[in-house]
Write a protein that binds this ligand. Structure first.
Ligand code: FES
Length: 103
């Protein structure tokens, strides 16, 4: 198993509730999940709508297209279930830099 290669993408202070970024040519959505940060593929797993156009409230990310909902902390599909977000390894370094690893 190889160690993921992280790329610094944004300062934590510059992340509102969620924000799209490009990492290694991929569209990634950074999401605040409580005190932590998650990184997901910025395409809805239903029909690839840009998730950045959706909303984040109460820890639930809602796609703007057909209103599928996802747990922002885990990426798990809530309604309907079984339709999960694609997550990428993400960390916040000691200096407050968000780093993401994409394949
Ligand atoms: S494209 Fe997101 S719910 Fe259909």
């Amino acid at each position: 198993m190889t160690t993921p290669s992280y790329v610094a993408v944004l300062a934590l202070d510059d992340l509102p509730a969620m924000r799209p970024v490009m990492v290694g040519g991929r569209r990634v959505l950074l999401v605040r999940a409580g005190d932590e940060v998650r990184a997901y593929d910025n395409r809805c797993p239903h029909r690839a709508w840009p998730l950045e156009r959706g909303t984040l409230a109460g820890g639930v990310l809602t796609c703007a297209n057909h209103r599928y909902t996802f747990d922002a902390a885990t990426g798990r599909g809530l309604d309907p279930g079984g339709c999960d977000l694609v997550a990428y390894p993400c960390r916040v370094d000691a200096d407050g830099t968000i780093a993401v690893a994409v394949p």
